[in-house]
Ligand binder design. Structure first.
Ligand SMILES: Cc1ncc(COP(=O)(O)O)c(C=O)c1O
Length: 443
């Protein structure tokens, strides 16, 4: 009997023992094509030589010196590089260990900013329904996904939720995508006005929807309207790129393609690429200056922040993305994946929408394409797809509650940036097999 408190106490999982490029290998020697980098993590595959070397070298040199006593070279260099890649308005980075911790840091820094500025009444956060920002209490508090929130609801801080920008289900037939984007953004303005603008600290959103909504790409102009509403009412804009950042959509930050810059961005999964747990927030200068002019001290801290081995690994990951020209490759392979998904599933009666950008794609699964009706949630279709994909030797990231936080299913794909076209063929073929088996007996 295993003494690990596993995620599913009724499940017997294969044991992972090796990695080879985009494949994971279990103790029986079975190879799994990693079509999702686990939950959107392993953007360089599982055996990247320069990342592994950087990690080992740093561990051999020095692993840990508390940031209360020392700064360190990998942390300084990684901050320099991220700031260089960010818009000119963003000048500082802070490193923690997970996506949830990055979101916690962003929320707390937003609050500190307003305290420093003498606006202590700004205590409220606005977020979107169906969103996911992490599992610690603060991050879960601003997450809109009902299924993940429900058991903890009494413990979560009150957050104002607005509808997400979800063209597949939200855009009316008589609207253009731009008109829908403007209407979806107006929801923020209504929420701010009804809460009282002087009580709102920040609006938080995933630039491209991820784990709970399935690669939802915002309507054109949506984030430009959101940015101007935030500016109008003096509210900070936090973009959560824990899953969609780090080049996943073809630009280093996903927001670059939306023509906006946030006040704070969170990044995580692709930063450590699975080789180390590391996450970051990159912060605008006006926030840093408010702290400098005020208390002069960041009021948030954690033991392992700025960990040297994690930062050295993150630095090697970012350098690999740049040196190997992987942003361009994400664009090319993303087009190739879209084409293959469209050919394989474009006419599939249970695939309601194929959506995404770069190498972040999802299929939204429906019982009826015409009405967009989801499957009964008791079928747990997403769990069936995950199980069948695993059996077929494919790792993908299915999720439930896509349509409204409770019902609906999608399958998320986020393969490594350095895979080849033959891997895309294998991915789509195995996904077709898994989907067919998962749907068997449900229709
Ligand atoms: C957008 C987003 N934010 C935050 C998180 C939480 O990250 P972690 O699981 O590393 O705490 C996730 C994880 O899926 C995510 O997708």
């Amino acid at each position: 009997m295993s003494h690990v408190f596993h995620r599913d106490l009724g499940d017997t999982l294969p044991r992972a023992v090796g990695g080879d490029g985009p494949y994971l290998i279990d103790s029986e020697g079975k190879r799994y094509l990693d079509g999702s980098g686990g939950p959107g993590v392993s953007c360089l595959g599982h055996s990247h030589p320069t990342v592994i070397r950087a990690l080992k070298t740093q561990a051999e040199t020095l692993a840990y010196a508390w940031t209360g006593f020392f700064t360190n070279e990998p942390m300084e260099s990684l901050a320099d590089l991220l700031v260089e890649l960010a818009p000119a308005s963003m000048t500082h980075a802070l490193f923690v260990s997970s996506g949830s911790e990055a979101v916690e840091a962003a929320l707390k820094l937003s609050r500190q900013y307003f305290v420093e500025r003498g606006e202590p009444a700004r205590t409220r956060f606005i977020s979107r329904r169906s969103s996911y920002h992490g599992n610690t209490l603060g991050a879960l508090g601003v997450s809109g996904h009902t299924m993940r929130r429900d058991p903890y609801a009494p413990l979560l801080a009150a957050t104002i939720f607005i509808p997400s920008c979800y063209p597949y289900r939200g855009q009316r037939k008589d609207e253009t995508p731009e008109q829908y984007g403007a209407r979806a953004a107006e929801e923020l303005e209504h929420a701010v006005v009804s809460a009282g603008p002087h009580t709102v600290a920040a609006f938080i959103a995933e630039t491209i929807g991820g784990a709970t909504s399935g690669a939802v790409v915002p309507a054109p102009g949506y984030f430009r309207s959101i940015r101007s509403i935030c500016d109008r009412y003096g509210i900070l804009l936090i973009l959560d790129e824990v899953l969609c950042g780090m080049g996943r959509t073809g630009t280093f930050f996903a927001f670059e393609q939306e023509g906006v810059a946030p006040d704070i961005v969170t990044i995580a999964k692709g930063l450590g690429a699975g080789y180390q747990p590391i996450s970051a927030i990159v912060v605008s200068d006006h926030i840093v200056e408010a702290v400098r002019r005020g208390s002069g001290k960041l009021r948030h801290g954690q033991t392992y922040m700025g960990h040297m081995v994690a930062c050295a690994t993150g630095l090697a990951v970012v350098r690999a993305i740049l040196d190997e020209d992987l942003l361009a490759k994400v664009g090319r392979m993303g087009d190739a994946l879209e084409e293959r998904l469209t050919n394989a599933f474009g006419d599939h009666p249970q695939v309601g929408e194929i959506r995404g950008r770069g190498l972040l794609w999802a299929l939204e699964l429906v019982r009826d394409r015409a009405t967009k009706a989801p499957f009964d949630r008791t079928h747990q279709l997403h769990a069936r797809v995950r199980r069948e994909a695993l059996r077929a030797g494919l790792l993908c990231y299915p999720g439930g509650g896509t349509a409204d936080g409770e019902s609906g299913d999608h399958v998320l794909l986020a393969p490594p940036y350095n895979l080849e076209e033959s891997h895309l063929d294998e991915l789509v073929e195995k996904l077709g097999l898994a989907l067919g088996r998962a749907l068997h007996g449900l229709l």
